[in-house]
Design a protein around this ligand. Structure first.
Ligand code: SF4
Length: 239
């Protein structure tokens, strides 16, 4: 795998426009209105609140499933326990915690928190409804085209399926893709399992090995980008 940086890109007005369009989106209001935020303590219904990085051109794009309750409250991506896990994983692969938000453009297959549901005695984040994913897929496509990352890191089965749909691929199960790298035009996609505490995929030893392989691929790609000076492209001065 060779990951070459693009020529120095300038901050994109196009990306700012897309960012504003996404942040103003309320298409899923009716779907979200059926779901409480966190029923044991927060019975209020969820409202559309798209969560994504502030716009900047990045060599690495991270695509998760959907924001969780912590992200919903903070307005920032990858903040909760799952976010800490993935930030730690990237740190192990060469992206320091203090540079993560400048280096990795963060988004998800569905940009809005889908609410929580009961699973036995526990409460966990709901998966986004298929309709939400469908309505958000155009945004994801546009984000990838405009941010134009060299490397897409796909986190979990929902994100992998969203990427497969965008590429017109048959939908695959998580075990078929975790730990692999694929070319997509002039960029690469690395598939990882979700690091969320609620994810059961990584309970199995064979899946842990797949994840470790994916981490080695990520470490290799980050090393190539850093060596070539392409890890940090540029960033908005917006907060
Ligand atoms: S999930 Fe996507 S399509 Fe739905 S309201 Fe949020 S930004 Fe809009």
């Amino acid at each position: 795998m060779t990951v070459n940086p693009r020529d120095e890109p300038s901050f994109s007005t196009e990306l700012e426009h897309l960012d504003a369009e996404i942040r103003g989106c309320v298409r899923c209001a009716n779907i979200l209105a059926e779901h409480p935020a966190n029923p044991p303590s927060r019975p209020e219904i969820v409202v559309p609140r798209p969560i994504l990085s502030t716009p900047f051109s990045a060599s690495i794009m991270l695509i998760g499933q959907a924001p969780g309750l912590t992200e919903y409250d903070s307005g920032l991506p990858f903040q909760g326990p799952a976010g800490s896990g993935i930030r730690g994983l990237f740190a192990e692969c060469g992206v320091r915690l203090d540079e993560f938000d400048r280096v990795v453009y963060q988004t998800s297959a569905a940009k809005c928190f889908p609410g929580r549901k009961q699973n036995g005695r526990h409460w966990e984040d709901r998966q986004p409804d298929p309709k939400m994913l469908q309505m958000c897929s155009g945004f994801l496509r546009n984000q990838i085209e405009i941010v134009d990352p060299r490397l897409v890191v796909c986190l979990g089965g929902v994100a992998a399926k969203a990427i497969d749909r965008l590429r017109g691929y048959p939908i695959r199960v998580l075990g078929d893709v975790v730990g692999t790298v694929e070319e997509w035009g002039d960029r690469y996609i690395i598939f990882l399992a979700h690091t969320s505490p609620g994810s059961r995929f990584l309970n199995e030893e064979k899946n842990k090995r797949l994840q470790a392989r994916g981490q080695r691929l990520l470490e290799h790609a980050v090393g190539l980008l850093r060596e070539s000076g392409g890890l940090i492209r540029g960033q908005s001065d917006r907060p």
